[in-house]
Design a protein around this ligand. Structure first.
Ligand code: ZN
Length: 311
């Protein structure tokens, strides 16, 4: 695609966006408060009596962070393992998933999808997991990356996905749907998807080389990006100009909307738009509620998104 065509597309989308009415807060998201914790859930998931699921926030927990006690659910340098284990138990209780066995992953920003028939003793490498076995609580950890939970209402199967920019580019969400189809015979039309809190298109600055990677992979990639504006750009769409090096200043960073990219990816697999529930929370905008690695760096905690089938 010629750069001018891309510029046209971006300008057109921008005009459409500014003309569209502001999106109301998604009514399909719920807050569950239990044991001092605040857990986010999707109403359509919560309706399924055989399912447990939830996205953690930083509230509650026993991990000391400054003057606060927070719910850190990942093993980080600044926190003790016993705190994290205790927090995980608190989180499982708050979800009503105390009797399920937690199956976390050693995440590596890959497109590796694991099939769990039971929760392994040691966390295994991977960035998504699928199961149809009751009693296995799939979980991914995030602090900016996108946590995604999937459930097949008919076949009773679930998936948990960790999608940062690398995993999104490698289509990990689509691959998880593929694994559900392969192992459980899931049809995308029966799948519900919850795309949880992550760093938003408002805050997630990335280099233009990442935009180029996405543009080479996804036809609708111009939709995922916005200009990062400092207010003094001579050319508002400078980042799309493919000028030879040395003829203009280095390209500006751009803003990437990972929620949109994953939404689009799930739709492309056949998951119905009405069955995709996207949180409007940005980790970087809400340090009071969520952890953000970009905002808090090494001192950031980890949130967890978990899903499982009751025993
Ligand atoms: Zn933000």
């Amino acid at each position: 695609m010629a750069p001018t065509q891309l510029q046209d597309i971006v300008s057109q989308r921008r005009a459409e966006r500014s003309a569209a009415p502001r999106k109301p807060a998604p009514h399909n998201w719920l807050e569950r408060r239990a044991g001092g914790l605040r857990v986010l859930q999707v109403a359509a998931f919560a309706k399924l009596p055989w399912l447990v699921h939830g996205f953690s926030t930083r509230e509650g927990g026993v991990s000391p962070l400054g003057a606060e006690k927070v719910l850190n659910l990942g093993f980080t340098d600044w926190d003790a393992r016993k705190n994290v284990s205790q927090n995980r138990q608190l989180f499982q209780s708050a979800l009503g998933a105390k009797t399920l066995s937690l199956a976390p992953l050693k995440q590596l920003h890959s497109d590796l999808v694991r099939l769990f028939e039971y929760a392994p003793q040691e966390a295994e490498h991977g960035d998504a997991a699928v199961t149809n076995r009751p009693g296995v609580l799939l979980a991914v950890q995030t602090a900016d990356c996108v946590p995604i939970l999937l459930v097949d209402r008919k076949k009773r199967a679930v998936a948990a996905i960790h999608a940062g920019w690398r995993g999104t580019l490698r289509r990990i969400a689509a691959k998880a749907v593929g694994h559900m189809h392969m192992h459980f015979g899931s049809t995308p039309a029966d799948i519900l998807a919850a795309i949880g809190p992550a760093i938003g298109g408002c805050c997630y600055q990335v280099g233009t080389e990442i935009a180029a990677d996405f543009l080479s992979q996804f036809a609708d990639a111009p939709d995922f990006f916005d200009e990062f504006r400092t207010g003094d750009e001579p050319n508002p769409v400078q980042w799309l100009n493919q000028m030879p090096p040395g003829h203009q200043p280095p390209p500006k960073n751009v803003l990437l909307d990972l929620h949109k990219a994953n939404h689009s990816q799930l739709r492309a697999t056949g998951v119905a738009d009405k069955n995709i529930f996207i949180s409007n929370l940005c980790t970087a905008c809400r340090p009071d509620l969520l952890f953000s690695y970009r905002k808090q760096g090494a001192k950031s905690g980890r949130m967890m998104a978990a899903i499982g089938i009751r025993i």
